[in-house]
Design a protein around this ligand. Sequence first.
Ligand SMILES: [Zn+2]
Length: 254
Amino acid sequence: MQKAMTNRALVVSIHDVSPLTMRQTDQILDDLKALGCMPTSLLVIPDHHKQGRISNDDAFVEWLQKRVAEGHEAVLHGYYHLRERRAGDSFFKKFVTQSYTAGEGEFFDLSESETSRRLVMGRAEFSACGLSVSGFIAPAWLLGSDAEVAVRGAGFEYTTRISTVSDFSSGSVYMARSLVWSVRSGWRRFCSLVWNSLLSRALEKSPLLRIGIHPPDWNYDPIRSQILQLVVSALAGRRTMTYQQWLASKRGQK
Ligand SMILES: [Zn+2]
């Protein structure tokens, strides 16, 4: 294996993994595996839209344990993945939380104490499933500054935002823009295809390429095809790993 190849990494993350999306996630993982893309980081929601805690769903727990045993990483991804609308929301907050994220930015402006409470609940759900967790990634990557203090305080090793990966244990913040698709409407899908084609070219030589997949992406053939094509080209010159593995490799280089 060439040196240049081993130095560049690909992290594929699947967002919004829960009993509600298990079947679709399975399809995505099968498609990725068929290309040789293993392992991934699975962003798990403990109580997706308040529809039921993961630890109460035996089939899901068994499935997730099996995926982790195969090498995938389970990452805590919010708690409910839902931000309740508030009476005093400014235009900016409404724009970010409703239009940009469709009301999913749970940790956008939570207080430190409420964040801590949900992190404890989230960890407890992972423990109840027999899983450990080292990463926390906020829904829609929206993590307020108070909330970040709580995430660090809760002992998580890292978080990611749309343009960065933050390693709390080393204090390093790595710039790495994630590819991500928006499929909620025709124009968003069109823009996503154009944007990600341009962005992937701009990121060709970056040390870390991040591909963020959401289960609904798989409902649209052009989106699914583009993601799989980008994975194929990335695999030609990059090693696939989880966020946890990538950060461990960076710490090892110091
Ligand atoms: Zn999400």
